[in-house]
Design a protein around this ligand. Structure first.
Ligand code: SF4
Length: 268
């Protein structure tokens, strides 16, 4: 914070003290203020050390804390009622889970019944398969970050069974939260799971066979598109598992992760 800005803050605080009114701020406002102060401290520390400004935006010791920044977004999401019908029907919002400093971020479509009940993405059968895929890549769930395009479970008609995909309008409405998550985490690689996630993220509608298996970009971040784990639960053929695995091998190569011969040959 610069000296003139500090002077303004001090003058405003003195005015409040004179008026004997207790200052009030919401929890969200305080978190945003805290995140802003942390970012300012980081920039000042960088400038003081004579480092070039390219380091700004990266997490340095004492710098902006990605966990705090994500917590502030999570707080806003938990109160969100932009889609009235979903805010009424959800048990809770499902924000995202994992390492705020992750190199690798997975994006799915929307919470299902299990996720709505537990408040965590990818915990149902498809989620358990994603966890197994991660283990095959030598990752734990805690190493990566996992989020959905939609933070609320798409509602179902009374007596309806299963889950429904989100509508384009619902995805468009919720997308800004995902954009904020990606902006904060700044992963080295993104993976979009399934056609709905691709549509929500890129606005592109195309067959998965045309999209998967090659690199795309989202905001200059390399993006790999592959099948949703739910697809593999429906199509158990080794050839389909191999396609997803080949996509994950490309991700591991991009992240410069060691790949054993055994890993290279899974599902062959
Ligand atoms: S789906 Fe997203 S935008 Fe809609 S109410 Fe839930 S959190 Fe808000």
């Amino acid at each position: 914070m610069t000296q003139p800005a500090l002077d303004l803050v001090i003058a405003a605080l003195e005015k409040i003290r004179e008026s004997e009114r207790a200052p009030r701020a919401s929890k969200t406002a305080l978190e945003r203020l805290q995140a802003g102060v942390l970012a300012a401290v980081s920039i000042i520390a960088t400038a003081d050390s004579g480092e070039c400004s390219a380091a700004q935006g990266q997490q340095v010791e004492g710098g902006p804390n990605k966990a705090n920044l994500l917590a502030a977004v999570r707080e806003r999401v938990s109160d969100c009622t932009k889609c009235e019908h979903l805010a009424c029907s959800r048990t809770q919002t499902v924000f995202g889970v994992g390492n705020p400093n992750a190199d690798l971020m997975f994006i799915g479509e929307a919470p299902g019944a299990d996720e709505d009940a537990q408040g965590e993405p990818f915990v149902g059968r498809a989620g358990q398969l994603l966890t197994r895929i991660l283990k095959a890549m030598n990752f734990e769930r805690e190493d990566v970050y996992i989020a959905n395009i939609l933070k609320c479970r798409p509602d179902m008609p009374i007596g309806g069974f299963g889950n429904r995909p989100p509508t384009p309008t619902e995805m468009q409405t919720c997308r800004p939260y995902l954009v904020e998550q990606i902006d904060i985490i700044q992963p080295s690689v993104l993976v979009a799971l399934g056609a709905v996630a691709v549509e929500g993220l890129l606005g592109t509608r195309a067959a998965m066979r045309e999209l998967r298996g090659r690199w795309h970009t989202y905001n200059s971040i390399p993006l790999m598109i592959t099948y949703h784990p739910a697809y593999l639960l429906r199509n158990q053929a080794p050839s389909e598992k191999r396609k997803v695995w080949e996509d994950m091998l490309q991700v591991m190569e991009r992240l410069e992760r060691p790949i054993s011969e055994r890993q290279r040959n899974y599902f062959l």
